[in-house]
Design a binder for this molecule. Structure first.
Ligand SMILES: NC(=O)C1=CN([C@@H]2O[C@H](COP(=O)(O)OP(=O)(O)OC[C@H]3O[C@@H](n4cnc5c(N)ncnc54)[C@H](OP(=O)(O)O)[C@@H]3O)[C@@H](O)[C@H]2O)C=CC1
Ligand SMILES: CC(=O)N[C@@H](CCC(=O)OP(=O)(O)O)C(=O)O
Length: 335
């Protein structure tokens, strides 16, 4: 049994981690930390988990709790991991962080996109960027992983093999992605409230969404990214465009690149978010458009699955040397 602590256990990602860990053959969620919900039973904070974790409660974090765990997951609001990472790393406990705090590889880029100085720049180099399909071996030997952002995952997975195969101009990438509202977290906000999103479809973060930096870092390309909010609970659909270097077969290129990947499915049909809902799956398609000389590439993920908790568990499995797919599925909840 591998004992895990979850920082942010009372949030949406924390709840999804708990749901996945409940069905995991080796991981156990032994310490669950939150903030405003500290002291509350899990069954009250996450009623869908009442049967899975009877008697468990959300606690307030204290360093001494780290003595009892074999791995730490953090799904905290942006900025918190910068203050906690040194404590966790000092104890030499494997750490999978989902915040954006340690995803970028240099503090100047961080400051440019996040608008403030990084509080622990010396630790940036201690974290490996967490997308197993990109850097599985580095994750396997890492002590700390910064799991990728949800939009970034949805854009990087379809575009990376096409860039690596020199099929597209790296200065021409456009990513339009639409997310369900759970991507914004559990706290009620007007921007994601029912009456704001119901019956509406909107863009936000024009020219400055922070996931642009992650996409550019991982792809080694220039990206124009526009996120959108769509009235659904889970899912991200990313529609990406790039100028083709010449006529090519991007669907075949993606099929070749991901032939051995357990969670990536390349399909001729345009994928839908519902196909991957509740799973760690990624569904991709692509076309070369002879008329415009561009590639059209589409990906669907669950923002809470492959975009968050699923990816964290996939990374943890690798770090722990256990089956990478343990506790994870590509089977979506449909319809
Ligand atoms: N939602 C998504 O799809 C994705 C989210 N992420 C990132 O993951 C992280 C978590 O997201 P999400 O679960 O959606 O967010 P939520 O707002 O749903 O949850 C936030 C969690 O952090 C806890 N928390 C808040 N403030 C503090 C504090 N001062 N000290 C300790 N704990 C605190 C909350 O505790 P409490 O509720 O008890 O106050 C809660 O458990 C964020 O960084 C987010 O950007 C990344 C990819 C996808
Ligand atoms: C719909 C929605 O609001 N989505 C969030 C997704 C970003 C996120 O989760 O942030 P990190 O992955 O960088 O932590 C947003 O655009 O801010």
């Amino acid at each position: 049994m591998i004992r895990t602590a979850i920082l942010g256990a009372s949030g949406y990602v924390g709840g999804e981690l708990l749901r996945l860990i409940a069905a995991h053959p080796e991981l156990r969620a032994t310490r669950l930390f939150g903030d405003s919900k500290a002291g509350q039973p899990v069954g009250k904070v996450h009623p869908h988990l009442a049967g899975a974790l009877p008697g468990a409660a959300i606690e307030r974090f204290e360093e001494a709790a780290l003595e009892d765990v074999d791995l730490v997951f953090a799904a905290l609001p942006h900025g918190h991991s910068q203050r906690l990472a040194a404590t966790i790393l000092k104890k030499d406990i494997p750490f999978v962080d989902l915040g954006a705090d340690f995803r970028l590889d240099d503090s100047a880029t961080y400051e440019r996109w996040y608008g403030h100085a990084h509080e622990a720049p010396a630790l940036l180099g201690s974290f490996v960027y967490g997308i197993p399909e990109l850097n599985r071996d580095a994750i396997r030997s890492a002590k700390a992983v910064a799991a990728a952002g949800c939009y970034a995952t949805a854009a990087i997975l379809p575009m990376k093999p096409l860039l690596d195969a020199d099929l597209v101009d790296p200065t021409s990438i456009i990513v339009n992605a639409a997310s369900g509202v759970s991507g914004a977290g559990r706290e009620a906000k007007e921007a994601t409230g029912f009456s704001t999103v119901d019956g509406s479809f909107s863009a936000y973060g024009l020219l400055n969404h922070r996931h642009t930096a992650e996409m550019e870092m991982a792809l080694g390309a220039t990206v124009l990214f526009t996120p959108h909010l769509v009235p659904m609970t889970r899912g991200i659909l990313a529609t990406c465009y790039a100028t083709a270097v010449g006529p090519c077969d991007p669907l075949q290129a993606l099929s070749n690149a991901y032939a051995d990947e357990p969670f990536v499915h390349v399909t001729d049909a345009p994928p839908a978010t519902k196909w991957v809902s509740g799973s760690n799956g990624v569904q991709l398609t692509a076309r070369y458009d002879e008329r415009t000389g561009r590639l059209l590439v589409i990906s669907a993920i669950d923002n809470l699955g492959k975009g968050a908790a699923g990816q964290m568990i996939q990374c943890a499995n690798l770090m722990l040397g256990i089956d990478e797919s343990a506790g994870l599925t590509t089977i979506g909840v449909y319809p």
